[in-house]
Unconditional design. Structure first.
Length: 382
């Protein structure tokens, strides 16, 4: 296949008017690229003595097309179509590897379809080469370099992070660790205040985005694997972000599975944290359905963990009251959750209660905590 590509390139040179290697070198220089291709290298590419790389082939095709136009015999567009040549080069590179080389590469990501079109559109052929030449290598080895170049061009890395999250959980963790090294969570403070940490540019676009997609892909089945992997890789600071994403994204049965898997892995604290983060971080109008699910499965302790987390915000607490009002223990739930309100937050909760006709009376009970009439002491009993 490599020989076939050599012949195809040589035939294109003939149809373009057989420019000399010196002429091709000059045409390449006129392209204004930083990477120079020497005349000897050009000759080796056409004669098959040197492996054809994608970026080099596309530049040679462009130079031949320009020469044909210069002599007044432009080539048909289909003969110099960059996408067609890209496919020929990729096919040649794939068939050039021996079975032994392919097996030795441990291709965890060989079947992934990396989103190269944006890179082609941006003319970033050198970055395309990094991706194509890294076929079969661990994504952690090359994705940080690609992400760095894309950010330098102010391009989004989201499609690459989404693809990387399709790998097995432990491979995804390795990629997250490599990205963290390239884009740390915090940058050094640029003031004299040692506590003035600021988010490092690129971290949210790479590590946090990758883990968000990882939570969607693996959150219900491999949560313990990812959590343990992050901690063992020295980036346990991202565990809470992962759990938040699981709680925000998955439906109730999947959250139940994640909790069950975490507990089976002796990660009870993480299981409870997942429930609490679901109650406090999930979109408001989709939060109570999770508590409802655990109520129906008679997992009362897990249900109450979610409800207690909802009680940290006035609107969430009202949603908990509204959703549970037909439960047999509705009054007990109200009493329990109200006791969680700190006196310093009474005003906010009172305002929310007063705007809801069904629970307006609860504002009076909170008034007793803040020094008004009522049966509650100045400090809640917790």
């Amino acid at each position: 296949m490599q020989a076939g590509l050599d012949r195809r390139l040589q035939e294109l040179r003939l149809r373009a008017g057989s420019p000399t290697y010196r002429e091709i070198e000059r045409l390449l220089e006129r392209q204004g690229r930083q990477e120079r291709i020497a005349r000897s290298t050009i000759q080796e590419k056409f004669t098959g003595k040197s492996t054809l790389k994608l970026g080099e082939v596309l530049r040679l095709v462009e130079a031949l097309a320009e020469h044909a136009r210069f002599i007044g015999a432009p080539l048909p567009p289909q003969e110099t179509d960059q996408e067609a040549w890209r496919q020929w080069v990729v096919s040649a590179q794939a068939s050039h590897s021996t079975p032994e080389e392919t097996k030795a590469a441990a291709p965890a990501n060989i079947d992934l379809e990396w989103p190269l079109d944006p890179l082609y559109q941006a003319g970033m052929l050198d970055v395309v080469e990094i991706v194509l030449e890294s076929r079969g290598q661990p994504t952690a080895n090359w994705l940080p370099r690609v992400a760095r170049e894309m950010m330098r061009a102010e391009m989004s890395c989201m499609s690459f992070m989404r693809t990387a999250a399709m790998e097995p959980p432990l491979e995804t963790v390795k990629t997250a660790a490599a990205l963290h090294q390239e884009f740390p969570n915090f940058a050094e403070p640029d003031t004299d205040d040692p506590w003035a940490l600021r988010s490092a540019p690129g971290n949210s676009e790479t590590v946090l985005t990758l883990l968000r997609f990882t939570a969607r892909k693996h959150g219900s089945t491999a949560a313990p694997t990812v959590v343990a992997g992050l901690r063992r890789a020295g980036i346990g600071e991202y565990v809470e972000h992962l759990l938040i994403c699981i709680g925000q994204w998955h439906l109730a049965p999947n959250i139940e599975k994640a909790v069950s898997h975490l507990r089976a892995a002796e990660m009870n604290r993480d299981a409870n944290n997942l429930l609490a983060l679901t109650g406090s971080q999930r979109i408001l109008d989709r939060t109570f359905e999770i508590a409802e699910h655990f109520n129906k499965t008679n997992a009362i302790s897990d249900r109450d963990t979610i409800l207690r987390a909802m009680a940290t915000d006035p609107l969430r607490m009202l949603a908990a009251f509204e959703g549970s009002k037909d439960w047999p223990d509705a009054e007990k739930i109200i009493d329990t959750l109200i006791l969680l309100i700190h006196p310093s937050n009474n005003a906010d909760f009172c305002e929310a209660f007063q705007e809801n006709e069904d629970f307006k009376h609860l504002a009076v009970r909170l008034g007793g905590w803040s020094g008004g009439t009522g049966s509650y002491p100045d400090e809640p009993p917790f």
